[in-house]
Design a protein around this ligand. Sequence first.
Ligand code: SF4
Length: 262
Amino acid sequence: MSGNSVIYGPVPSWRLGRSFGIDLLYTEGKTCSFDCVYCQLGKTVHPLVERKEFVTLSRLAEELGRAKGIEADYITFSGVGEPTLAVNLGQAITLARSALGLPAAVLTNSSLMTREDVRRDLALADVVVAKVDAPDEETFHRINRPFIKDHWNEITQAIKLFREQYKGKLALQMMFIDANKQCAGEMAIIAERLSPDEVQINTPLRPCAVPPLSPEVMHSIMEKFSGLKNVVTVYEAPRPEVTPIDRKETLRRRPGGDIYPG
Ligand code: SF4
């Protein structure tokens, strides 16, 4: 792993503008608590459900020193897997925000939000984008293929609890594919119950094992969400122009395109 960087980008994000990435997992293959059928990073090489330290804060501080003055809209914690698996996520958010003077966002698959320490770390971010792809346990297992023992309803309850305590911007990301396109109405009800600041309706446009839904199907899914405010969709969002500081490190986290899956 030596030679790889923890930082990458900036990348153009349809959700976050110019997004400067931090990958606290820093592993060669994907480290995740899920193995989503649509994941653009391929199979989960390192299934993990417990938090641990992958990157020291001193290593992160050293790399952030190279990025001083970077032009970006957000520091985004994502990368090759699930960022809340990094036990020092909260300290890393505080460190990166103060080093670069930018707001921080975390893209999470929500699976560890049942843990109080994870909710506390996430609460330090300015934006949290939490994944909800299913309206029930069976669909959850079919699409996200979790390694964690927690059930779908425990995870959605944890998101609700986080919402009640969190003062920042909470966005829900809902990925639609063939396996859940018929669940859009139920998903809209769940979104309403969780009271996010924004709902991001997605379909996998980057190369992966599952084809994206057409703009027409996505449009009919959007109609189910018409009762909610601030619903955005991947087909309609603009993307900013950016130049990554290290193209190789960026492509390792964003193969084939510009929309993070997790
Ligand atoms: S899409 Fe995100 S949550 Fe799902 S397996 Fe890939 S990295 Fe993990």
